[in-house]
Write a protein that binds this ligand. Structure first.
Ligand SMILES: C[S@@+](CC[C@H](N)C(=O)[O-])C[C@H]1O[C@@H](n2cnc3c(N)ncnc32)[C@H](O)[C@@H]1O
Length: 257
């Protein structure tokens, strides 16, 4: 069984992927754009004054929100201190933003945010309900919590071929409804996007380039790898000589009462 990976291990995987993430994480880019659109649609007439984004990475969501002028004052976080240099150019000439590195679970959170958001990041947190309780407490009354994560259907191919606990906090729609029961749910949208990838080995490279292999129990010995590739090709062909890889994102928006 895979345990939730410790922060230094998660950080090391994302650090290695920083250079390739923007080019390879096409699905995450779409997810971030969709989340920013939903956030803009839920905006109060006067806009959000104060926002907190955690797990900013290379800034897909940060950029999409900035492009929509969603918020006047930003606190931005990522586990990796290097993320600050990734997002600083987005705020050139804009003083009302601050970056804090570290695990969001351990961060001292200021209070009174109109918006708290994260794209493709909360599934790395071990105890999501505990984090949600803290985030909710940091929202103003009427403030919006807007998150995009993944359901247990995410990477179903890998789940099938390498059974066991994914080591990730993947929650489905019912879990989110329960976890957000104290807020007014504005939107809950789960989807699936099936990528066609040239080979199982390319799937592993794709995971590596996007940093999401920190908890993957991939059989690295040559014998296991070749058995994994054979089984992958046999069970998940894409009909054109390659294989499938299923992304299963879920978006939730909720308002504090
Ligand atoms: C898949 S990337 C998503 C980046 C960006 N939000 C996007 O939409 O592309 C996940 C990011 O979450 C960060 N992360 C992982 N665990 C974290 C934690 N406990 N606290 C803060 N950030 C975390 C990683 O360092 C990484 O940059």
């Amino acid at each position: 069984m895979t345990e939730h990976a410790p922060h230094p291990k998660i950080g090391a995987h994302f650090r290695r992927a920083l250079a390739s993430y923007t080019a390879d994480a096409g699905v995450q880019a779409q997810i971030a754009t969709g989340l920013a659109q939903a956030i803009a649609a839920a905006s109060p007439a006067q806009g959000y004054r104060t926002g907190f984004e955690f797990g900013c990475g290379t800034g897909f969501l940060t950029r999409a929100l900035r492009d929509r002028n969603c918020c006047s004052n930003w606190l931005i976080n990522d586990l990796l201190p290097e993320a600050q240099a990734q997002i600083a150019p987005l705020f050139a000439g804009h003083r009302a933003w601050e970056f804090r590195a570290g695990a969001v679970e351990k961060m001292e959170l200021p209070q009174g945010f109109d918006l708290i958001t994260a794209a493709s990041a909360v599934q790395w947190v071990r105890d999501v309900p505990a984090l949600l309780a803290r985030l909710t407490g940091a929202l103003t009354s009427g403030g919006v919590l807007a998150l995009s994560s993944f359901t247990p259907r995410h990477f179903v191919e890998l789940r099938t071929l390498v059974p066991g606990n994914s080591g990730m906090s993947y929650h489905g729609a019912q879990d989110w409804q329960r976890m957000l029961a104290a807020l007014n749910l504005l939107e809950l949208r789960a989807a699936e996007q099936v990528l066609r990838i040239a080979s199982p080995r390319e799937v592993l490279l794709h995971l590596r380039r996007t940093g999401v292999n920190a908890t993957a129990q991939v059989p690295w010995s040559r014998g296991h790898l070749s058995a994994f590739e054979q089984a992958y090709r046999a069970q998940f062909p894409d009909g054109a000589g390659g294989v499938t890889l299923t992304y299963a994102p879920i978006r939730v928006l909720a308002r504090r009462r």
